[in-house]
Design a protein around this ligand. Structure first.
Ligand code: ADP
Length: 254
């Protein structure tokens, strides 16, 4: 518990720092992008200069994407929480989750249809799942199985107690070394080659889970695999889809 609190405080401090830097850096990128627009007008189609300009533009866009991820981690990005059914949401993005998974890697689902509703920013929720599935895939260079599962759980921890929905992504991959465990959620921590990893995937997952009032559990064994579980508090709300269904049933009733 102590370790969990310390980890959370460290990530909060990192969040404040990165949030401040990302915010100011984003303002600088806006100036660069705006000035590029003006410069482009006076270039008279000189191909060499246009190429240089295009390269700066691409770099500025990548910078903007990075700061956006950092702002999410720092919880400064505006979010739009709404009640959802996890089962229905995951059904809707099965194809997206399967993108990039193939060859000797199989993706399977084990979803409890009776899972309680949760309240989340849908884009953040989907991004977190995609990030977890990509990591699971990357952890299995010679193939294996990724299992996305959803079930109801009850937490009895000081930080988060009560009913929650557990959303897990489990792989049969290389596992995470115990000495790296305390660093995997740090922004920019990656063991992947340059160009493959940014080290921002799990910090997004962490930012999302905490923003939604939840927590994360990691279980991993070297050579066996990893299971990362996002635990989000149960919300007793009526889902919009249920309202629609209820209305439809009522309308066709006797
Ligand atoms: P990235 O994927 O860009 O490296 P992440 O923040 O998503 O950034 O992950 C940080 C690091 O945590 C990864 O580089 C990897 O070392 C480790 N990691 C994350 N998920 C897994 C997993 N499922 N199996 C093994 N290692 C993992």
């Amino acid at each position: 518990m102590q370790a969990q609190l310390a980890e959370s405080q460290k990530l909060d401090a990192l969040g404040q720092l990165t949030g401040g830097v990302a915010h100011d850096f984003n303002n600088l990128l806006m100036i660069i992008s705006g000035s590029l627009h003006t410069l482009r007008k006076g270039l008279d189609n000189d191909p060499r200069r246009l190429r240089a300009l295009a390269a700066i533009e691409v770099a500025a866009k990548r910078g903007a994407a990075l700061t956006s991820q950092l702002l999410t981690f720092a919880r400064r990005q505006s979010v739009n929480p709404e009640p959802i059914s996890v089962a229905e949401r995951i059904d809707a993005i099965r194809e997206v989750l399967g993108t990039g998974v193939g060859g000797a890697v199989t993706l399977q689902f084990d979803i409890d249809r009776g899972a309680w509703p949760i309240i989340v920013d849908v884009t953040e929720f989907e991004t977190a799942l995609v990030n977890l599935v990509i990591n699971a895939r990357d952890a299995m260079p010679s193939g294996g199985v990724i299992t996305v599962s959803v079930r109801n759980d009850t937490l009895n921890e000081a930080v988060h107690a009560g009913d929650c929905v557990a959303i897990s992504v489990e792989d049969t991959g290389v596992g995470i070394a115990p000495d790296l465990m305390s660093r995997i959620f740090d922004p920019f921590f990656t063991t992947k080659p340059v160009g493959k990893g940014t080290g921002l995937g799990l910090s997004q997952v962490h930012g999302f889970a905490h923003q939604a009032g939840g927590t994360i559990r990691v279980a991993s064994e070297i050579g066996k695999g990893t299971k990362i579980t996002i635990l989000l508090p149960r919300k007793d709300v009526t889902l919009p889809a249920e309202e629609t269904r209820a209305a439809a049933t009522g309308g066709s009733g006797t």
